[in-house]
Design a protein around this ligand. Structure first.
Ligand code: M6R
Length: 359
């Protein structure tokens, strides 16, 4: 049941310190990444990676694919529903990773089957043991987030992103010439603190007040660059999904190529960043501010954006790879509280289903 919480979504948001601890458990050993089912050498022969996914899982896949690319391995992330028209040639040197919470999403299964038919090696990253994706793929990795009831994916996104980040390092260990992150030790050390950092966000957030202050707006925009971009897109998806308000996510640098025409005092802009050197998000947020948009900085305190922003949803200092996930927890809470104030049926938004088994 929902226990002390009004909604499953809030319960699941608050479950993240525990679900993340489960995701991480046993997967970092002696300063290295370990996946029981995928020991060193498992990815021998792989030269490139493609991720296929839908919705929130696509945003987690964006997160993971950036880390695979940073390791010097070619990686693409494709919308599963557009797989046929967006994939390049695949063969046995291609690893196609289907990211799917349920393991039953028709579009994702379809992409997975097409990739396998064309000779790619396949891997399912899923929450559900024994799901169709897990059974059909050559290998399966479980995100171990526990059951998620709310239609809006929250804790499963966090567990997907962490699993994929770890997987990126595991794959890099097997691909010749790949360069696992040079600050990998620091990254893995900071991961151990992630559950506690999420707890800090849950205890200190003022997302509820901020939701109240901004709710009477026309549209809600979310921008970011790099890992921050995937979080911005996820923030906007969650917001529209449960509040029914108009929300869009953009790459920070794209704002001035069109969307800026929509920016007014009635369009709060949430600027997501993961590290202090994210100049692009800052300059584009300033551009929006000069058009009157209220700016909310979403990220660590030590960033020049905080000084120009009207409000700040802060996250604890950590490695940039995990900062985006903490920013996302703030945005989950923002969406939740906005939807609650609007009296939306939070756990079962209109027209949506938890598992989309039609194409
Ligand atoms: O089960 P899957 O991860 O394959 O589901 C994919 C999407 O349908 C899902 O993430 C959807 O976007 C969520 N409702 C978003 O909160």
């Amino acid at each position: 049941g929902k226990g002390e919480y009004d909604h499953y979504m809030l319960k699941e948001i608050h479950n993240q310190p525990t679900s993340l601890a489960n995701t991480i458990e046993g997967r970092v050993e002696d300063g290295d990444v370990a996946f029981e089912a995928l020991p060193p050498g498992s990815f021998d022969g792989i030269e490139s990676v493609q991720f296929v996914a839908c919705g929130t899982s696509y945003h987690a896949a964006m997160y993971g694919s950036q880390l695979v690319r940073e390791a010097g391995i070619r990686a693409d992330v494709l919308r599963a529903s557009e797989y046929e028209s967006t994939t390049g040639p695949v063969d046995e040197t291609t690893l196609t990773i289907a990211v799917t919470q349920s393991g039953e999403t028709a579009d994702t299964l379809d992409a997975l089957r097409t990739a396998a038919d064309r000779g790619a090696r396949t891997l399912a990253v899923t929450n559900v043991v024994g799901s169709t994706a897990a059974r059909e793929a050559d290998d399966a990795v479980y995100i171990r987030a526990g059951p998620e009831v709310g239609v809006a994916a929250t804790k499963t996104y966090s567990s997907q992103a962490v699993t994929l980040a770890l997987l990126s390092q595991r794959i890099a260990g097997d691909v010749p010439d790949a360069t696992p992150a040079d600050d990998r030790a620091a990254m893995l050390e900071a991961l151990a603190d992630l559950p506690e950092h999420v707890e800090t966000v849950l205890e200190s957030t003022h997302a509820e007040t901020l939701a109240q202050d901004t709710l009477d707006s026309e549209s809600f925009f979310f921008i970011g660059s790099g890992l921050g971009r995937s979080v911005a897109l996820e923030g906007a998806l969650k917001f529209k999904e449960i509040t029914y308000e108009h929300a869009e996510g953009f790459a920070a640098g794209e704002l001035k190529h069109g969307p800026l025409a929509l920016v007014t005092e009635e369009t709060p802009l949430f600027a997501v960043y993961t590290s202090g050197d994210d100049e692009k998000t800052k300059t584009n947020a300033i551009e929006a501010k000069s058009r009157g948009a209220p700016i909310v900085a979403v990220g660590p305190t030590d960033h020049p954006l905080v000084d120009v922003a009207d409000a700040h949803l802060s996250v604890p200092e950590t490695h940039p790879v995990w900062a985006g996930l903490l920013a996302n927890v703030q945005l989950q809470l923002l969406s939740y509280h906005a939807a609650k104030q609007l009296e939306r049926p939070i756990d079962k938004p209109r027209n949506l289903a938890k598992s989309v088994t039609v194409e």
